[in-house]
Ligand binder design. Structure first.
Ligand code: NAD
Length: 437
């Protein structure tokens, strides 16, 4: 059935929490360069990927952006918050992800993008210094200030709609405690300055209260609590998260489905990497690392389903390490050692050495998520957007739904959702009586 999709006309405001970080500035510089036609949007499905319509023998493959009504990247207006009072050109130069020669053509636009002061509390990101923050008597006051920022940004920039994305540092691991289990308790906890209300939760509450779609690119809870999911349902707001799926987890969600598809067993999977950017420094704190570790560990069990295949996967050993190593900056190097077994239990090994650039992998994900979440809102879709799990290490899901981690199932889910929105039949890949589906 075809969905009613509101027109994407007008400007779309993009508010980034962590505006001056490596991911954010790499995304901003890249999008500005793409808009000037001096770069191509490599890595972005919304800009480059096609989608098959109809049967395999019909040969119809439009671009996704011609198939569903997405905002043109020239109609994006950028802003956000950070604890660093710098313009985005200065921050991009400092991040050293992109070369100066690639930043200079967009220097003027990048220099004009400056953050609003952040809501920040040191105890949630221990290894980060802050110098540009809001003050307020209660968490509720701080949240209200974020709401005011959103409204002011909309007014001053004459944008029709806004999407907010968390590209800020990973906060420490927090369990779901009483304050987070329902909306009323959460609202009281904000007013009473309860211990475990992190800044990311205040940004997400403010977004939902303003009817703004919210994306969480980091592994910390933020919107992933029953209280805020309840609020999003009530306010009719779409949510997506959490933790961008970029380097090693991307590889993991491709290789492990292959093992399972061929019924190959797994004795162990050891993943380690070196990373020297600010994110690596923040993750050097054990409590922030714990948030990341939990996000990274869930993937294998969920794909391999040891409860269904005990002979193959029950006792596999899974270890994930992240090592802060400043000389490498954003150029992460990851090593995966996979101990597997096959026919008659004979042992084999697979080694993967990925020399990647963290923010280069994350930037196109940021762009796609912004455009797809705006689409979701224009389609009146609310709550957790499971069809965007393709982009996340630890896809958010409703309590009674098992998350999907396999990258290619996630891609099929995403494309079939787009087909459904437009009223085109889903592709089910069945071949009965030469249907070529
Ligand atoms: N790059 C990747 O491949 C990747 C993948 C998955 C997740 N992530 C996550 O994305 C986030 C951004 O990564 P990055 O490399 O850009 O990190 P970064 O340290 O370069 O940037 C984070 C920015 O957030 C700011 N910040 C921190 N707390 C804030 C707050 N409360 N309000 C506003 N700003 C705040 C910091 O000052 C900094 O400018 C991290 O949480 C990281 O774990 C990145």
């Amino acid at each position: 059935m075809k969905h009613e999709i509101k027109d994407p006309s007008g400007k779309l405001g993009v508010l980034i929490v962590g505006l001056n970080g490596a991911v954010s500035t790499t995304f901003l510089a890249g999008t500005l360069a793409i808009n000037k036609n001096i770069a191509k949007p490599f890595g972005s499905l919304t800009q480059m990927a096609t989608i098959r319509i109809g049967k395999r023998n019909e040969n119809k493959f439009p671009l996704i952006k011609d198939f569903v009504p997405l905002v043109d990247t020239n109609d994006l207006v950028f802003g956000g918050w950070d604890v660093r009072d710098e313009n985005c050109f200065e921050s991009a130069m400092e991040a050293k992800v992109l070369n100066e020669k690639d930043l200079l053509p967009v220097k003027e636009q990048l220099s004009n993008i400056r953050p609003m002061p952040a809501v920040f509390e040191q105890k949630f990101v221990v290894n980060l210094k802050s110098s540009f923050t809001k003050t307020g008597n209660t968490n509720f006051d701080l949240m209200e200030q974020i709401r005011t920022d959103i409204r002011k940004f909309k007014e001053e920039n004459k944008v029709d709609r806004v999407v907010i994305i968390w590209c800020a540092s990973t906060e420490i691991y927090l369990p779901i405690e009483d304050e987070l289990v329902n909306l009323e308790m959460f609202e009281n906890a904000m007013k009473e300055n309860a211990e475990n209300i992190a800044p990311s939760m205040l940004y997400s509450y403010a977004a939902i209260a303003e009817g703004v779609p919210y994306i969480n690119g980091a592994p910390n809870l933020s919107i992933d609590t029953p209280a805020l999911m309840e609020f999003a349902e009530k306010q009719n707001v779409p949510l997506a998260g959490k933790d961008f799926k970029t380097g090693q987890t991307l590889i993991k969600t491709v290789i492990s489905p292959m093992l399972k598809a061929r019924m190959l067993g797994l004795n162990g999977w050891f993943s380690t990497n070196i990373l020297g950017n600010r994110d690596g420094e923040v993750l050097d704190d054990p409590d922030s690392f714990k948030t990341k570790e939990v996000s990274k560990l869930s993937v294998l069990d969920s794909i391999l389903q040891p409860e269904l295949y005990p002979d193959l996967y029950k006792d596999h050993y899974h270890k994930v390490r992240i090592n802060y190593y400043p000389p490498r900056g954003d150029n992460k190097e990851g090593w995966d050692n996979i101990d597997l077994f096959g026919w008659l239990g004979y042992k084999m090994q697979l080694k993967i050495n990925f020399l990647c650039k963290d923010s280069i992998l994350a930037a196109p994900i940021v762009l796609d998520l912004i455009l797809f979440m705006d689409l979701a809102q224009r389609c009146n879709m609310k709550g957790v957007q499971g069809w965007l799990s393709f982009y996340f290490k630890s896809p958010m899901h409703d309590e009674n739904v098992v998350p999907e981690h396999d990258l290619f199932i996630q891609l099929m889910k995403l494309k079939n959702t787009l087909r459904r929105l437009v009223g085109v039949e889903a592709v089910t890949h069945t071949d009965v009586n030469q249907t070529h589906d």
